[in-house]
Design a protein around this ligand. Structure first.
Ligand SMILES: [Zn+2]
Length: 63
């Protein structure tokens, strides 16, 4: 059953904490979402482990 998990990340540009919604039915995904604070594009690398724990790493687009 797909589940939406909220994961906190820190913006790589402005350092603000924002939360993103992750569909944990996909074990590996990567997408771009604009920061809610500074509006710059953050690349999210999402990994879901076997226990269903979601790890999101946020990086800037030009890294
Ligand atoms: Zn930002």
């Amino acid at each position: 059953m797909p589940e939406i998990t909220e994961a906190p990340i820190a913006c790589p540009y402005c350092g603000e904490s924002i939360s993103v919604l992750v569909d944990d039915s996909l074990t590996q995904q990567s997408y771009v979402e604009d920061c809610q604070v500074c509006c710059r594009p953050i690349v999210m690398d999402v990994a879901v482990d076997l226990d269903g724990d979601v790890t999101v790493s946020a990086r800037s687009e030009d890294e």
